[in-house]
Design a protein around this ligand. Structure first.
Ligand code: SF4
Ligand code: SF4
Length: 215
């Protein structure tokens, strides 16, 4: 019986076939991409290319300079700019912070560390039962989102417009309570001292609402 001549190309293995198909497919895609590419735009200017390039430079020379002269000329931020934090005081000098740690829990960057302490009649730092004994903000972590000041129930924590927070070492960018406390204004007394604005915490709350503050 004579051998039958093969009527098709010799069979290839599955892997080779796949490679061949993939290679053909890539070729089709590449050729499709070539045909879809836009034709390069023609140069409209009569100037040679270097002349056009320097034209951009010369046009900039006569425009208004927008360089900030910082730090010689201090930058004025928008009034609601989120800068360095401040721990505020009541009008008699007592601290508004009650050491509740809500700001620390609200912080997405874990930048705040608070340890509360108990007020006593001999050593009172805030009108409530507790005060912020240790308070730290790590400005290497803070992203100035303002969630901590939203979380604060006593409006103790607010943010100033101060943005000058650069330093050359990590330790100095962890701000302590002493650095964050608002300064003593005229009429304020440095804690600890007894409550001057009323008998208890409620008097401070009512006084704040009468002044139009959100306590
Ligand atoms: S501003 Fe945002 S990131 Fe910074 S301490 Fe407050 S909650 Fe944390
Ligand atoms: S700053 Fe406000 S939220 Fe944070 S511990 Fe003090 S009272 Fe609580």
């Amino acid at each position: 019986m004579p051998d039958r001549a093969p009527d098709r190309a010799p069979a290839t293995s599955g892997g080779e076939k796949g490679l061949a198909q993939a290679s053909r497919g890539g070729e089709v895609e590449r050729s499709a991409g070539r045909s879809a590419a836009p034709a390069p735009a023609g140069r409209r200017s009569l100037l040679p290319a270097p002349g056009q390039g320097f034209g951009v430079t010369f046009a900039q020379i006569f425009r208004k300079v927008t360089t900030e002269e910082y730090p010689e000329v201090p930058k004025v931020t928008k009034p609601r700019y989120h800068g360095r934090h401040v721990l505020n005081r009541h009008p008699d000098g007592l601290e508004k912070c009650v050491g509740c740690e809500l700001c620390a829990w609200a912080c997405p960057a874990d930048a705040i560390y608070v340890e509360g302490g108990d007020n006593t009649e001999d050593a009172r730092f805030s009108p409530g039962e507790r005060y912020g004994r240790v308070y730290q903000i790590n400005y290497l972590r803070c992203i100035f989102c303002g969630l901590c000041i939203e979380a604060c129930p006593t409006r103790s924590l607010t943010m100033s417009n101060d943005f000058e927070l650069a330093d050359d070492n990590r330790r100095d960018l962890i701000y302590t309570k002493e650095q964050l406390m608002a300064p003593l204004l005229p009429g304020m007394e440095s804690p600890p001292h007894p409550m001057r604005l009323g008998e208890d915490e409620k008097d401070y709350y009512l006084a704040a609402t009468q002044r139009g503050e959100t306590p």
